[in-house]
Write a protein that binds this ligand. Structure first.
Ligand SMILES: Cc1ncc(COP(=O)(O)O)c(C=O)c1O
Length: 384
């Protein structure tokens, strides 16, 4: 057999698989891909253009430009009173995607158990498996808003569980955790000596309360690998810059893998990220205000037309229930695409617990959202 067994058995991403259907179709409103509809703020683009003109086209140090690590360190200190040393505790990665991979490969031995919430972001399970981990899916439920709870966690923690991946605000559900909820979870993480990979890439897009980084809670900093990046809040998906902060031992291990497999994140992206932290807070707030306005619109429209949808606290996703249509999530998404030309992602792309739900990304213009909800309303009327 030519292909490794692990890769051979790996499912393709449910999102990509679904979007292969969209390619070639005309007039589709896509509320599928999780990507800001804004372009990167101009000051960031301009700084990258200037840097190219000045000849910044080389590799950087493996850990990333010191100036960027310093800027991240200051940013986290100012925003969250979270202190990481730029020399020892911060690694710049090629997006949070790479950081997830590095974190998993750095900590897992073959067969180590790792908890992954179901539903969750599409890469966690396959990447954990590539790293040799034994994944245990924690089945969250709609009645708990798809959140981890202490009771649920206790059910899944058994001997030999080494780590857990947490993501909040959450893709695909949009829900987030209050400080109080996180405190309750963190006690369990500490008591069971778990390492937590905390993917907080949507921290800036939290609407109803302030975001609490897990690493700021008692006993958590030494066991948390904090992941964040520039793709979402700064509308910089194509720049490929993310970062991991954590204990020196883990950051060094991640750097070892990164130096052989990636070498460094592209210098233009890193320079753009420095400018993002220096002078873009106004643009971030403006985009956030717009997402919040759209969130309120889409949640109320979906409920009006008959799809129950809770108000999520963050991200640019909603995860309405389609249970009352009698269709499963793949049938619903395919039929909506063919009949009304609206693309959404079936909830099962994020795990079996996503059944009876669809993910709608509202990172799209108000006009698109109005038209898309009209079409969904029409689809529902004709479906019965
Ligand atoms: C929860 C989550 N983590 C990580 C990523 C990947 O981000 P990046 O562009 O930084 O690789 C995404 C992108 O959709 C995401 O939703």
């Amino acid at each position: 057999m030519k292909i490794s067994r692990v890769i051979e058995n790996m499912k393709p991403s449910g999102i990509r698989e679904f979007f292969d259907l969209v390619i070639g179709m005309k007039d589709v409103i896509s509320l599928g891909v999780g990507e800001p509809d804004f372009v990167t703020p101009w000051n960031i683009c301009e700084s990258a253009i200037f840097s190219l003109e000045k000849g910044y086209t080389s590799y950087t140090s493996n850990k990333g430009l010191y100036e960027l690590r310093l800027a991240i360190s200051k940013h986290l200190k100012n925003k969250y009173a979270l202190s990481y040393n730029p020399d020892h505790n911060i690694l710049i990665t090629t997006g949070v995607s790479e950081a997830v991979d590095l974190a998993l490969r750095a900590i897992l031995n073959r067969g180590d158990k790792i908890l992954i919430p179901d539903p969750s972001y599409v890469s966690y399970e396959p990447v954990s498996e590539m790293a040799g981990g034994k994944t245990i899916l924690v089945k969250t439920s709609e009645t708990d808003n798809f959140k981890l709870t202490p009771r649920l966690l206790k059910k899944y923690i058994s001997k030999g569980v080494k780590a857990i991946i947490l993501n909040y605000p959450n893709n695909p559900t949009g829900v987030s955790y209050s400080r109080k909820e996180l405190l309750a979870l963190s006690k369990i993480f500490v008591d069971n000596n778990l390492i937590v990979i905390s993917d907080e890439i949507y921290d800036e897009l939290t609407y109803d309360f302030s975001h609490t980084p897990l690493a700021t809670l008692p006993g958590m900093k030494q066991r948390t690998i904090y992941l964040n990046g520039f793709s979402k809040a700064f509308a910089m998906t194509g720049w490929r810059v993310g970062y991991a902060c954590g204990p020196e031992e883990i950051i060094n291990a991640m750097t070892k893998i990164h130096q052989y497999t990636m070498l460094c994140s592209p210098i233009m992206g890193q320079l753009g990220a420095i400018e993002a932290l220096r002078g873009s807070s106004g643009s971030v707030l403006e985009m956030k205000r717009e997402y919040k306005r759209r969130r309120e619109f889409i949640v109320s429209r979906l409920n009006e037309i008959g799809l129950y949808c809770a108000m999520p606290e963050g991200t640019f996703y909603v995860f309405p229930s389609i249970k009352n249509t009698g269709m499963n999530s793949v049938e619903f998404a395919k039929s909506l695409l063919y009949k009304e030309k609206v693309a959404v992602v079936p909830g099962t792309a994020f795990g079996s617990q996503g059944e009876n739900h669809i993910r709608i990304a509202y990172a799209s213009s108000m006009d698109n959202l109005k038209e898309a909800t009209e079409r969904i309303g029409h689809f529902l009327k004709n479906a019965h």
